[in-house]
Design a protein around this ligand. Structure first.
Ligand code: ARG
Length: 486
């Protein structure tokens, strides 16, 4: 449609190479709505007549319910929609739709509208998953489990502690995406190809109509910057690395060696050859897809970094990376929520594994500290105790007074005191006495679960307000369209 200055048409191979039409289906509806706002503005600023506006808006309205066929000569969705509007409304009116705008501000607009919706969906999905973590956490405030460092048993803990940790990291993902929305929700429309227009447009008008919080003012910035896209995909890359890490824990715990959880059958896969297999493919795919999202981020940053100011067609390539990133993250959040709500937690096995090691060693050392022994000394004595117990294959509380005495050699700490402490320090006593802020003891679990639930609820209120603002802007837009087309 635009090739009057050029001699020949594109060959089909070249058109296929140049075209983004397949990738653009994800923004078709946004393109139509954005065009409606633009046309309303053109009418309200008296750049076009009511009759022209009516014909264009009606065509656009019809297109909302039309299945767009992508096999046309159009290079992208903007060309396709304009062609269809002109076909339907006639050149005299339809030919005015693209007045005072360019595909450069148009595509920047569509991308922002799409990311804005995806952000709200993602924020809701994150809250749903966090809430599921807390819900399961509430059931496991008393479920004893080892905590690891270096993947070696470190301290005794409670299973809810893991789930709260996951919820906490997810709530930070929520905050990151919530904040990103503020950068995204700015209107680039009206920037023209790069330097604005001589026609008397009103950019504030489309800003309100489309529910934006502000304007991307500088027309060069508005049309050619994609830092906000990079920000969005970065935040999701971080979110995905968090989901990937959570998945890894579950993969590990579902092994026969750990046997801490059983994944529900519907979230596992069989083997084509080994009949006994139950593989955690879905969790593994979360790890794999995380790599893909990081790849998208790399592709986007690499595209942006060397581009001269002003739109360059390279920017067309970032779109599918955005859509794929959104889709992957939304699916991962939804699926992980179901994995967690359906998994079976094997409390007995967790407890058995916890008891078979020397997980209360630090609690013993701290109980000695409470009796006035310097920590470095109590650490040494407890280390000796573990050394002797390990060699004689005994639990700590079964050490004889002779063995205990051996552990206190060259110190003035009384063996009787040490023996009393090893006999009274149990998993239960440790979890009862561990009360430091944020620790994996009984008391803190209860408090943390409650504060997280309150936080999730207040985040839900914030998101609802945002969604409500967008819905009322769009309702208002359709009322205005309705008033003209009626
Ligand atoms: N299909 C293009 C894209 O997605 C739209 C903008 C084209 N602009 C241009 N000046 N060729 O980025």
């Amino acid at each position: 449609m635009y090739r009057s200055r050029l001699g020949n048409d594109l060959s089909s191979v070249t058109l296929d190479y140049v075209s983004s039409i397949n990738d653009d289906l994800d923004i078709a509806l946004y393109d139509i709505i954005g065009s409606q706002a633009h046309v309303l503005m053109l009418y309200e600023t008296k750049i076009i007549t009511k009759n022209d506006a009516k014909k264009i808006l009606l065509s656009l309205e019809n297109l909302k319910n039309t299945k767009l066929t992508v096999n046309s000569d159009a290079e992208d969705i903007h060309e396709l929609i304009e062609t269809l509007v002109i076909k339907n409304a006639g050149m005299a009116s339809g030919g005015k739709m693209h007045t005072a705008r360019s595909r450069n501000d148009q595509v920047a607009l569509d991308i922002r509208l799409k990311i804005r919706d995806d952000l709200n969906i993602l924020c809701n999905c994150i809250l749903d998953l966090s809430e599921e973590m807390i819900r399961v956490g509430k059931k496991h405030q008393k479920t004893i489990v080892p905590l690891y460092t270096h993947l070696q048993q470190a301290q005794i803990g409670l299973f809810s502690h893991y789930l709260i940790a996951y919820a906490d990291v997810l709530l930070r993902d929520f905050e990151r995406l919530y904040a990103t929305f503020e950068h995204v929700n700015q209107n680039p429309l009206g920037a023209g190809p790069v330097g604005g227009t001589s026609l008397p447009i009103d950019r504030n008008n489309t800003t309100t109509l489309l529910g934006f919080d502000g304007i991307v003012e500088n027309s060069l910035d508005a049309t050619s910057s994609r830092d906000v896209v990079a920000e969005y995909v970065s935040m999701i890359a971080i979110l995905m690395t968090n989901l990937s890490k959570i998945s890894e824990d579950f993969v590990l715990w579902s092994t026969s060696e750990f046997s801490f959880i059983d994944l529900a059958d519907e979230f596992t896969s069989p083997s084509s050859v080994m009949p006994q297999k139950k593989n955690p493919d879905i969790l593994e795919l979360t790890r794999g897809k995380t790599a893909e999202v990081i790849g998208h981020l790399t592709a986007i940053l690499t595209t942006i970094k060397g581009l001269a100011s002003g739109y360059g067609r390279d920017l067309q390539q970032v779109k599918p990376a955005i859509w794929s990133t959104s889709k992957t993250a939304i699916s991962a959040l939804l699926i992980l929520k179901s994995v967690i709500s359906t998994m079976h937690v094997k409390e007995k096995q967790m407890k058995k594994t916890s008891a078979s090691s020397y997980l209360v060693a630090l609690d013993i050392a701290e109980n000695l500290v409470k009796e006035g022994v310097p920590f470095r000394l109590s650490h040494k004595i407890t280390g000796n105790l573990v050394h002797i117990a390990y060699a004689s294959k005994k639990p700590l509380n079964k050490l004889t007074i002779k063995e205990v005495t051996q552990s206190t050699n060259n110190t003035n700490v009384k063996p009787d005191l040490v023996q009393k402490i090893i006999q009274t320090t149990t998993i239960q006593s440790s979890l009862k006495e561990r009360k430091s802020l944020g620790s994996s003891g009984y008391e803190e679990q209860k408090r943390m679960l409650n504060t997280r639930m309150n936080k999730i609820n207040s985040c839900r209120t914030q998101i609802l307000k945002r969604q409500h603002d967008l819905t009322s802007a769009f309702d208002n837009l359709s009322v205005k369209v309705g008033n003209i087309v009626k």
